[in-house]
Design a protein around this ligand. Structure first.
Ligand code: DP6
Length: 362
């Protein structure tokens, strides 16, 4: 990757970074290379300004293992291993083996229906790289984030973002198509706390190619990407909306007809809940009544509503009338910036944040 790999004087060090989760308008679904997280297709997203993950990484030469706390609790084994594997990549680049303490907190509930792995691995990448004293370009940061979670590649650059599928490790990265203030498109996310999904997006990605509709979806995507890119450039919600809705439905058509080898009792993966289906019909009714609002869906029951800034208040009123406010969480966003450092001391040493790390990790 041509990265600068000399540890700076003063290591180990601490750095804190923040990142927004992102919402795909054209979705990543299926992996060409599971080891490198190379996607089967290109995708386009915007960072969700209404939600943020804050992560502090502190490398310490006296520590014998990585310690990871997420939302105030020690991480479970799966999350711990995933974070350690990601830190191993950073340690290899920095040519050291120091273990780290990682403290990560989301401003939004896990049940908020946004892909927290995108903001988690973008913030972790930004913080760990700074704490290790490495200086990477945005492209190199995006490549590194991608290896932690595919969608995290898109939370590195600003605003509206495209992730190139690439041919290999170095050519699969995300870049900014347009800055945050290019377009005040709004996203109202409606999520129901229905507990963890039965089939992870990882399992969904890896089963996707078993669907008879997978190749058809991939064949349609170059045109979809062109149309979405063009609609963003033109700030044309009418041109964007239906393309984005059909694109989300095509992901679900593939998921619902995917064969899960380890779950022979399932005919496919249905990520919708009854609430999701009801909301899809409701959005179509609103649109028929003249309210310009479109939906998109990820691998879960939540629904994201796209609308113009001038319609946000009306969309919020309509949502509050049609969902039980006690049963759903609602988040409003517009395009947000890419992952950023908060108080990086990378390379300079320094104890910033150590006290809170001790408290949080226990
Ligand atoms: C449906 O990148 O979140 O949200 O590698 O398991 O973290 P992991 O997968 P992830 O998959 C995202 C799937 C999606 C579509 C998208 O965001 O493009």
């Amino acid at each position: 990757m041509g990265m600068v790999a000399e540890p700076k004087v003063g290591l180990p060090a601490t750095a804190t970074a923040r990142a927004h989760p992102n919402l795909a308008l054209v979705k990543y679904w299926g992996r060409r290379d599971p080891a490198l997280n190379l996607p089967a297709n290109g995708s386009i997203s915007l960072n969700l300004s209404g939600a943020v993950t804050t992560t502090t990484v502190a490398f310490d030469r006296t520590q014998v293992a990585d310690k990871v706390a997420i939302n105030g609790k020690l991480a479970d084994d799966v999350a711990q291993r995933r974070v350690t594997a990601h830190l191993d990549q950073v340690r290899a680049l920095a040519h050291f083996t120091y273990r780290a303490t990682v403290v990560s907190d989301n401003s939004f509930p896990t049940s908020a229906g946004v892909a927290s792995s995108s903001s988690a691995f973008a913030a972790l990448t930004r913080a760990a790289v700074a704490a290790a004293g490495l200086e990477l370009s945005l492209r190199e940061l995006s490549i590194l984030a991608r290896k932690g979670s595919g969608s995290a590649a898109r939370s590195i650059p600003d605003g509206f973002v495209e992730w190139l599928p690439g041919r290999d490790d170095e050519s699969s990265y995300a870049f900014s198509l347009a800055p945050c203030d290019h377009w005040d498109l709004h996203v109202v996310t409606v999520a129901w706390p229905l507990g963890p999904k039965a089939v992870s997006s990882l399992a969904g990605h890896d089963a996707a190619s078993t669907s008879p509709f997978y190749e058809a979806r991939l064949a349609s995507l170059p045109r979809t990407l062109d149309r979405v890119r063009e609609a963003i450039t033109q700030r044309d919600l009418g041109a964007l909306g239906m393309v984005v809705e059909r694109e989300a439905m095509s992901l679900h058509a593939v998921a619902m007809t995917s064969y899960l080898a380890d779950r022979p009792w399932m005919s496919g993966v249905t990520y919708f809940a009854p609430e999701t289906t009801r909301m899809i019909h409701t959005v179509q009714e609103w649109r028929e009544g003249g309210l310009e609002v479109y939906f998109t869906l990820d691998a879960g029951p939540s629904i994201h509503l796209l609308c113009a800034a001038c319609d946000v208040a009306q969309v919020m009123r309509a949502v509050q009338e049609s969902v039980d406010p006690g049963a759903a969480s609602i988040l409003v966003s517009r395009a947000g910036r890419g992952a950023w450092l908060v108080n990086g001391t990378g390379g300079a040493g320094g104890p910033a944040g150590e006290q809170s790390l001790d408290v949080a990790v226990g």
